[in-house]
Design a protein around this ligand. Structure first.
Ligand code: 13P
Length: 336
């Protein structure tokens, strides 16, 4: 077993999932604005440290994705944030892309940047305690999109990123996110997501990526948010499994889904059914941002010093997601 494979399994085993707390300062400011809390380094740290020291960190969370600001901050207990996360047995990770920018040649689409100077930044993050990383490519669906240019250039960037990360002894999370926005059907989402993922693995072959040392973070197969044809969670699970079985090589140890604007309950229920019907060798778990943090953020915003109460709300979500990672979640347990 390679060292990279060991790190991937440490993050994903025992039905654990990943807490994606890597919102950039811009995104975190939007989240805090929405609950009327001033966005400053102290408040961003207070909310995040509240989650990172919750009880469920021990049994539910295998890895935490951090943002550049947070990985350099220290907790109340004087531990650095990576030390705090490691003290619960979870692995600290770091978002290393510098965001999705307008794609020259197809200006309604995006290309994710951040390759320049990446090798040097990775070495710094490794010294700060990170053992895995994240890079998000983003694709939109319409009649013409995603274009071949967007599919090829984002796959190429994800492969170059993955090669650099593995060279530095860390596990790359590879996140090709096909957005939910639009009125497309789930069948179209299946077709486009399959094309995107297939191209990523073609590039990974060319760039000699050790597939046993990556984690794939895809979207689930869903109808567009404005689609008038709603599909059941059973159907989401069936189509998502079909997409992954057909396009992901079996050497990949695990798949950790993004929640991508689904409600907390939708993201949990869909993951639950994916696991109930999982007939692959892949570990299927969560790497949720909004679907793990939304209720906790709302609760916290009413009294930012109510640490215990906020942690209770977060613990419940993390416990529900971890049950879903075993196909053991139910509406009754959710309501308890
Ligand atoms: P969401 O679960 O809110 O989609 O966030 C996951 C993530 O890491 C996006 O890059």
């Amino acid at each position: 077993m390679s060292e990279l494979n060991k790190i991937a399994l440490k993050i994903l085993s025992n039905n654990k999932g990943i807490l994606a707390a890597d919102e950039s300062n811009g995104t975190m400011t939007k989240r805090l604005d929405s609950v009327n809390v001033p966005s400053n380094p102290e408040n961003r740290l207070l909310f995040r440290e509240t989650l990172f020291s919750a009880e469920s960190m021990k049994n539910c969370i295998g890895g935490v994705i951090l943002y550049d600001e947070t990985i350099k901050q220290s907790s109340n207990s004087k531990k650095t944030i990576p030390e705090l996360i490691s003290s619960f047995g979870a692995v600290p990770g770091i978002k290393v892309d510098t965001g999705a920018k307008v794609l020259a040649g197809s200006t309604e689409e995006k290309i994710t940047e951040g390759l320049d100077g990446l090798r040097e930044r990775l070495q710094i993050y490794y010294k700060l305690g990170a053992r895995f990383t994240k890079w998000r490519g983003v694709y939109n669906i319409s009649d013409k999109y995603p274009s071949k240019l967007s599919i090829n250039s984002n796959a190429h960037a994800l492969a170059r990123y993955s090669a650099l990360v593995q060279e530095c002894g860390m596990v790359p999370i590879v996140e090709p996110e096909v957005l939910m926005d639009g009125n497309h059907s789930a069948e179209i989402c299946l077709e486009k997501t399959s094309e995107v993922i297939k191209k990523c693995f073609e590039e990974f072959m060319i760039h000699n990526i050790d597939l046993s040392g990556i984690i794939l973070k895809p979207n689930m197969i869903l109808g567009g948010t404005n689609s008038n044809k709603k599909i059941s969670s059973e159907e989401v699970a069936r189509l998502t499994l079909k997409c992954l079985k057909e396009n992901v090589p079996s050497d990949v140890p695990g798949i950790a889904f993004l929640s991508g604007g689904q409600t907390e309950i939708e993201a949990t229920e869909n993951l639950n059914l994916i696991n109930k019907y999982n007939d692959t060798n892949f570990i299927m778990t969560y790497s949720y941002g909004r679907a793990l943090q939304q209720s906790a953020l709302k609760f916290w915003s009413r009294d930012i010093n109510n640490i215990d109460g906020t942690q209770k709300v977060f613990n419940h979500r993390a416990n529900m997601c971890t049950l879903a990672a075993q196909g053991k979640w139910s509406v009754e347990l959710e309501a308890k």
